[in-house]
Design a protein around this ligand. Sequence first.
Ligand code: GLU
Length: 428
Amino acid sequence: MAISLLSDANVRLERALKYVRISEDASERLKFPKASLKVSIPVRMDNGSLRVFEGYRVRYDDTRGPTKGGIRFHPGVTMDEVQSLAFWMTFKCAALDLPLGGAKGGITLNPKELSKFELERLSRGYIDAIADFIGPDTDIPAPDVYTNPMIMGWMMDQYSIIHRKLCPAVITGKPLGMGGSQGRDAATGTGAFYVLEAMMQRFSKPPQEMTVAVQGFGNAGSAIARHLFNAGYRVVAVSDSQGGVYCKTGLDIPSVQQFKASTRSVKAVYCEGTVCNIVNDHETITNEELLTLDVDILIPAALENQITEKNAEDVKARFIFEVANGPVTSAGDRILEQKGVYVFPDILVNAGGVTVSYFEWVQNRSGLYWSEAEVNQRLKGKIVSEARKIWQISQELAIPLRTAAYVHALERLEEAHSARGTRDYYVS
Ligand code: GLU
């Protein structure tokens, strides 16, 4: 039977609840999404036919502020997935102390099958369908899997057309020319790198002696691979949805990025100028094989449910940094825990994206724009300080890092819920 993502996500909540003093009201409310919308989006295709797509938007909890979260375009999008991703966003924003709640959206499709014109009509049609559900003070979408700044630009434009005024703060991750923020595109990978760098200082092994495998070479995976390469780590394997490459002496990540940008495929290459040659000593591997490579650090940066009870036993890495949302299931977690693997959780590691989205929203509302250096400095300060607090909770309570991150987020969510009055206030 397929695992319901939302019930698996709730397992994490249940575990963390044991360590936090939280009102029954708050814990009960956090088990359910605040509002879930399902829409049909009719789109005129280039050949004249009409196709109807299914889209979703879920606002999970807005007690700490307007809800925030990306929109994904993927064939696997379902209501269950969108609800769980919205749940994760709630805890992610609280863990980073952003004054925001959690949301998520998605459309079920394979975006690679659509032309650019069709994608634009679909993106605008989605906004027409959810326009009353979102807004700069209520719910602010952003990019996620297979969506990008151009799509965010179309969506912001469509929302502005509906409202007959420019509304840049309704969506983040926009192109720079439409009110986007410096540093937003690479923010998920950059933030993950800051967390990794700060946390690895506790283990006395220099970057040059550490090997890394990255599953997923999209926006976040390629950005963190590049940062790690620049910092001297040996990135020995990367993959995309088609499969991956392993090169035990380390891959030249800038070359792999250049090659991927021009051919859309991941290969073990070395480029000089525009000429790229395949390097000799490499092997092609599957995505499953990448997860069980004998490396120090494993970075799942693709989709959810990659490390489960089926393969967790075979994972050889000592450190996992979850750049994807939900790549390890709760059953996978238990096995990794017994093996003594440090799993740095998604709601901390990939929070750089939503943190810089928050900065973008602040900049849109204030009209004052920051330099890339300023954005990255603020991002580093925030994500590293929250990472240290989560590490400390995990040490003090002797609990896994994921549970510690949930405890940390729950304390803030509890404060916001109880400030509105709970059973204790009305009964005693
Ligand atoms: N989709 C990203 C995430 O899962 C970013 C969300 C945002 O920027 O609002 O965190």
